[in-house]
Design a protein. Sequence first.
Length: 628
Amino acid sequence: MLSDLSKEQDIICLQEHWLWSFELQKLDEKLADYKIFGRSHDCNEPITNYQIPRGRAGVAIAWPQKFDKVISKLDDGNERIIAIEIMSVPKPTCLINAYMPTNAAQSLDEYKECLDIIFNIKSKYDQSHNIILCGDLNGTLISTRNNKHDISLKQFTSDNGLKPTRDIQSKPTYFHTDGKATSQIDYILSNNDILLSTSIYCQDPVNTSTHVPVKACTNVYLEIKKNSKSKANSVAYKLIWEEMDKDIYINEIDKHLQYLPSDETTVDDKIKCVMGILHKATKLAVPSRIIKLNGPKRKASPDVKRLIGISKNKHRLWNDAGRPRDDHPLFKDKKEAKRNLRKQQRKETALEKEQFIQKLEENPNDQIFHQLIRRNRSETSKSDTDFLKMGEEEAISKKEQCELLAKYFEDLAQPKDNVNFNNEKLLNCEKRCKIIKEIAKASTDTEVTITKEDIRKAINQLNAKKAADEYDLASEHLKHSGESLHEILQETFNQILLEEKVPSTFKTGTVSPILKKGKAFYEVENYRGITVTSVIGKVFEYIILDKANLMKSGQSPLQFGFTQGLSPNMAALILSEACSEITGKQTIFVTTLDSQKAFRCCKSRNTDGQAISLRTKSEFVEHYRGAI
C-alpha cells in the first residue's frame, strides 16, 4: 500500500508506523527514492534490539529526493508530533504531522499537552508560513460526536482557524476490527485556503491497517531547478504531446488558477506559481516515455537480445575455462558469437537507415530534416573532451570543466573597459538615453497595455518541439493552455510594465557550450554558448518587440539577414545581377559581413569521402538530392 501511495502522491505523512528508533531504516527500504523524517516512541529513551516489545506509535514524513533542497526538518515537536518546512511559493509552508493519544481513561491531559505543542509550532511559524496540520487526531470534527477528545479538538481548530476543505463529508477513515464501529478521525487541515480538495480512500484488500489514507491537493508549488551535477546516465523522459488529453490539461489549469495569489503578490511569485500549475497539469494529462537509460542508446531488437545472451554465455564459459587462446574450441565459439552479434547489429543499422531515407522521401518535413543533419555531423564537432584549459588554468573532471566554462561565460558577459573607446561619445549616449526615459515616463501617450490577443499571437510565434527551459517548460505547455492562463499572463505582464521590474526567472537560462568549427577542443575560448531562456519570458519579449516595432526601425532595404521573409540568397542574386551588368574594364568592389562565427554549421562528406561544410538548408538539400 505504501509503495502504491508513493507513485501517486508527492509528500506522505505516516502515523503509527510501530517502528522503534533502530528500525526506522525499514522505511528507507520501502521508499527507496524518498527522504524520510521519522520519530519513534522510544526517541527520547532508545531501547535495544534485545527482547524488544511489540512496536507502538511513531510518526514519519516522506518526500521525494528531488524535493530535498526545498524541504527541511524542524526540531519542534515530540515523539508524537513532527514538522517540516517546505520552501513553497509564494509563501513557505509548515507541515505538522501528529499522532494524537487515543481516547482512553486519563488521556485528556496528554491530549491537551499535544494540542499545546501543535499550538506552539503554529504560533512560531504562523506569521511567515502557511500551516497544514495532518494526522491521526483521535478526535472528530463531526457535529454528532462529542466525547472529551472531540470537544477539545473542535475548540482548538476553531480558535486557530484550522479547517478542512468543504468537500469533505462524514465518510469514515477508521474501521474497528470488529467490522461494526467506524469513525472519522484522520484529517488534513489548514489555516487558509491553500487546500483545494480532500478525498478519503475506500477500503482496499492490500491495506492491512484499520485506517484508510486521506489525500489533499494544495495550491502551493515548489521551485525545483535542474541539477547540473546529475549523472550522465540518469533516466530522462520525453513528453508525448500528440497523445495528451487536452480537456484534462485545460481543466486542471483552470482549477488551480482560480486560487492564484492576489494582486499584492510579486511578479516573480506569480510566474513561479504559474510554472507549478503547468507542471501539475502536465503530469496528469500528458503521457511520457523514457528516452535515456543506463545502458545502450538504441533499444535492442529481439534478435539482438538473443545474440547478446548467446555471446555472454560463450564468454562466461571461456572465462571459467581460464581464458584459453589459439585454436581452443571455447575461444572460437566466443569469437563466432561476437561476430554474429555485430553482423546482426550492422544489418539492422543499415535497414533502419534505409527506412529513414524512405520516410524522408515520402514525407519530408523540418523534423526529419534536422534528424538527417544530426546523423551526418562530424564527431569532431562534439564538445566532449578529456580536459579544458583557460590560460594557465586546467580542468580534467566533468565538474571542473563545467565550473571553468561557467567562469568563462560569466566573464564574457561582464562589461569591460576599452582604453581606446571614445568616452565623450559614451557620455553623450548615456545623456540621450536618460532624456528619452524621462520623456517616455512623463508622456501619457506612450503607455503600453498588453491584451489577451497579444498573448495568443506571441504564443503562436513560439517554435514547437524545442528544448525546455531551466524550469522544464517548453512551448507546448503554453500552446495547449486555455483562456484562463492567457488572462493570468496578461495581468502579470501588465504588472511588469507598471512596476518596471523584470522577473528574475526571465533573466536566467541554461547555457550549452558548442565547439566552433575547426577549433581546438581543449581551449575554453573556442566554445560558443547557446542559451535556452524562459519560455514565458520569450512570450513577453515577442509582445514587446511587436509593440515597439523594433524589428523594422532603421533597417536598410538591402539588409537580408535576420529578416522575416528574406534570405541571404536574395542578396546573392542582387550581387550576381550587378556582376553581369559590368564590362570587363570595370571594377566592382564588394564588402561582406562575415556572420559565420555566430552559427554552428553542419558537416558531412561528399561521394569521395572528403569533408564538406554545409551552411544553409538549401545547400544541404542540394547536396543530398542525388543520394536520396
